[in-house]
Design a protein. Structure first.
Length: 285
C-alpha cells in the first residue's frame, strides 16, 4: 500500500497516456495490414504496399489537400487575429472588455452541433452558397478562441520590464514588439497556431453543416466508413501524427528557449528595474 501511495500519480499518468495513445498505435499498426476485404478490422498480414502507394486514391488525395489548405488558411487568419485580441484583452482597458472575455470563451463551451447549425442558419439567411468559403469562415470562427486563450496565458506572465528596457534604449513601439515582445510570446503563438491547425484538420461536425459540395479529410473518412475505409487512410493519419509530434517537440524547445531568455535578462539576485525617466519620456513621445 505504501508503494502504491508513493507511485499512484505515476501509475495514473501512465494509464491516462496509454488510454490516449493505444487507439493511435492501433491505427499505425493497421496501416501495415493487408486486408482481404473492404474492412481493415482484422489482422491478415504485414505489407508495405499501402505505404508505397499512400497517395494512390484520387478522391482521398483531393479531400486531404482540401483539409490541408483549409487548415493552413484558417490557422494563419486565426493566429493573427487571435494574437491581436489577446494583446488587447491583457494590455488595455476598454469598455466591453468583460463581455469580450466571455464571448471568447463562449465558442469553447458551446456544443459543436449548435455552432454548426447556427452558422448554417446564418449562411442560409444571407443566401451565401455553401462551399470552401463558408468552411473557411466557420473554421476561423472557432479557431480564434483557442488562439486567444493560449496567447493570453503566455502574456499574463510576461515581464513588462523587458519592454521598458528596450524603450529606454531607444526602441520604438513597433521595434519593441518585433524584437522583444513577439519573440518572447512566440511559443504561445506557435502553440495556439498548432492547436488551431489540428482542430481545423480534425473538425467534422461544423464542417458537415457548412461544407456544401466540398469534402474534407474527416468527411471522406465518414463517407468511406459505410463501405470500407481504405488502408491508405491509416497511412496518412499516421503521417499526420508523426508530423504533429515533431511540431510539438519544436514548440516545447522554443518555449524553453524563451523562458531561458527571459530569466537571463534579469541578473540573479536583482529585481526587475522599474520604469525610469527614459521610459516615461518614451511613453509620452
Amino acid at each position: 500500500m505504501a508503494w502504491l501511495r508513493r507511485n499512484g500519480i505515476r501509475i495514473y499518468g501512465a494509464l491516462a497516456i496509454a488510454y490516449m495513445l493505444i487507439p493511435i498505435v492501433v491505427i499505425a499498426v493497421f496501416s501495415f495490414n493487408d486486408p482481404t476485404g473492404k474492412f481493415n478490422f482484422t489482422w491478415n498480414g504485414f505489407t508495405l504496399e499501402h505505404w508505397e502507394n499512400a497517395f494512390s486514391l484520387p478522391a482521398l488525395n483531393e479531400a486531404f489537400v482540401t483539409s490541408l489548405v483549409l487548415a493552413a488558411l484558417a490557422t494563419v487568419v486565426a493566429t493573427i487575429f487571435g494574437t491581436l485580441i489577446a494583446l488587447a484583452l491583457v494590455r488595455y482597458e476598454f469598455r466591453g472588455r468583460g463581455p469580450a472575455n466571455i464571448l471568447i470563451v463562449l465558442p469553447l463551451a458551446t456544443p459543436e452541433v449548435v455552432v454548426g447549425a447556427a452558422l448554417l442558419s446564418m449562411f442560409v439567411y444571407f443566401e451565401v452558397a455553401r462551399g470552401f468559403s463558408t468552411l473557411l469562415l466557420a473554421h476561423i470562427m472557432f479557431s480564434i478562441s483557442f488562439v486567444v486563450i493560449v496567447v493570453r496565458s503566455r502574456l499574463i506572465g510576461f515581464d513588462r520590464s523587458i519592454e521598458e528596457a528596450a524603450r529606454d534604449l531607444g526602441a520604438g513601439s513597433f521595434e519593441t514588439f518585433r524584437l522583444v515582445t513577439l519573440p518572447l510570446i512566440m511559443p504561445g503563438v506557435l502553440g495556439g497556431a498548432l492547436l488551431a491547425f489540428a482542430l481545423s484538420l480534425d473538425d467534422f461536425v461544423i464542417s458537415n453543416f457548412n461544407s456544401g459540395r466540398e469534402e474534407t479529410f474527416p468527411l471522406f473518412i465518414f463517407g468511406a466508413s459505410q463501405r470500407g475505409i481504405p488502408v491508405e487512410v491509416n497511412v496518412i493519419a499516421t503521417m499526420l501524427f508523426v508530423v504533429t509530434v515533431i511540431a510539438m517537440i519544436f514548440v516545447v524547445r522554443q518555449q524553453r528557449r524563451a523562458e531561458a531568455l527571459a530569466s537571463a535578462s534579469v541578473p540573479a539576485g536583482e529585481s526587475a528595474p522599474g520604469p525610469g525617466p527614459g521610459a516615461l519620456s518614451a511613453g509620452s513621445a
